[in-house]
Design a protein around this ligand. Structure first.
Ligand code: UDP
Length: 330
């Protein structure tokens, strides 16, 4: 493929891995990123980086025309759940309103395909551990609502205009590029695997366990961790599906369909590093469900996607290797 794909948020964690997956598959890539939370060095040299906000419609539209963009992968946005509770308007601006601008640019410039970073947070607190795309979407924080609103805009816009879309609802994304080209680089991480590899490399002295009395086999929270490179590959597969069948849209869970507990994750890190992370049991975080696992039958059925790193130890090893690269750089 030599089609050009615009990747918003391509300097961020998941976006930079999607850029690599697209380039490795032969696509041309234009990244649009305002570099507020992303890093210019995370953008592969083969891609073109345009430093601009996605709501700058004149510049985005000029880039779509200038580079003959035929698909947009939209990762840009704000992602910190507690911050969305204290500053909801930031999320309705950076996620919902900014997406509205970007979708309008896509429609006006006749971009035929749109792929959106959505989230399992659109489900809120599910009534079952395993959720499918037909489970109720009742977000419990503004982050989830801001993403669900964008899904709704896409649904309505695709019904009215010649554009099709795929919304991928991510479960717990972790790990790093197996070739060491990118990884999770933002400071102040709160996600479990990132926090655990920081502890394993001496960046913190302990890992808090938020809840030890959940109704799960070992009492700690269970999540469906997906390797960021497999997730990036799912985006490329979604694009190929959109190209193959221009009138179909897709909303798909992106997960492996298997959960691991907090203790199992920390056991994996201990095993791989041959160390013993200090575990500090604490109370539950508000809104945390006991277990959240993807029913991934739809994505497996719909996309030509075969996960290659669906293994907790691989996820942890890649996250750890990246963490060591970051420490060497610092
Ligand atoms: N968690 C934990 N300690 C941490 C971070 C997370 O015990 O320092 C737990 C959290 O309660 C949940 C799981 O690890 O059960 C994954 O949390 P994370 O914040 O990574 O992602 P979330 O599922 O909240 O999106």
């Amino acid at each position: 493929h030599d089609m050009t794909v615009m990747v918003t948020g391509g300097a961020g964690y998941i976006g930079s891995h999607a850029v690599l997956a697209l380039l490795d598959a032969g696509y041309k890539v234009v990244v649009v990123d305002n570099l507020v939370t992303g890093f210019d060095w995370a953008v592969d040299d083969r891609a073109t980086l345009i430093e601009c906000a996605i709501e700058e419609e004149d510049r985005v539209r000029a880039a779509i025309r200038g580079y003959h963009v035929k698909a947009i992968m939209h990762f840009a946005g704000s992602v910190v759940v507690p911050e969305s509770v204290s500053d909801p308007l930031k999320y309705y601006r950076n996620n919902t309103a900014a997406s509205r601008s970007l979708i309008e640019s896509a429609v006006v410039e006749h971009v035929p395909h749109f792929i959106f970073s959505s989230t399992a947070a659109t489900y809120g607190t599910p009534t079952t551990a395993t959720v499918s795309e037909t489970s109720p979407t009742v977000p419990i924080n503004p982050y989830g609502t801001s993403k669900l609103m964008t899904e709704m805009m896409l649904r309505d816009v695709a019904a009215a205009h010649p554009i099709n879309y795929a919304a991928l609802r991510y479960f717990n994304v972790a790990g790093a590029d197996p070739q060491g080209r990118s990884g999770q680089s933002t400071d102040g991480a709160t996600h479990l695997i990132k926090v655990a590899v920081e502890a394993a490399t001496g960046k913190r002295d302990a890992v808090a366990i938020f809840g030890t009395d959940f109704d799960t086999p070992d009492g700690t929270g269970v999540r469906d961790y997906i390797h960021v490179s497999d997730l990036a590959a799912a985006h490329v597969a979604a694009l190929e599906r959109l190209i193959a069948e221009p009138r179909r849209n897709h909303t798909l869970n992106a997960g492996y369909g298997r959960g691991y507990s907090v203790n199992e994750v920390l056991d994996a890190v201990d095993r791989i590093t041959n160390a013993k992370i200090v575990r500090r049991p604490e109370g539950r975080r508000p809104g945390d469900p006991a277990a959240l696992i993807a029913d991934n039958a739809a994505i497996l059925r719909t996309l030509d996607w075969v996960p290659e790193r669906a293994d907790l130890d691989l996820i942890v090893s890649d996250a750890l290797a990246w963490e060591r690269t970051l420490s060497e750089r610092a």
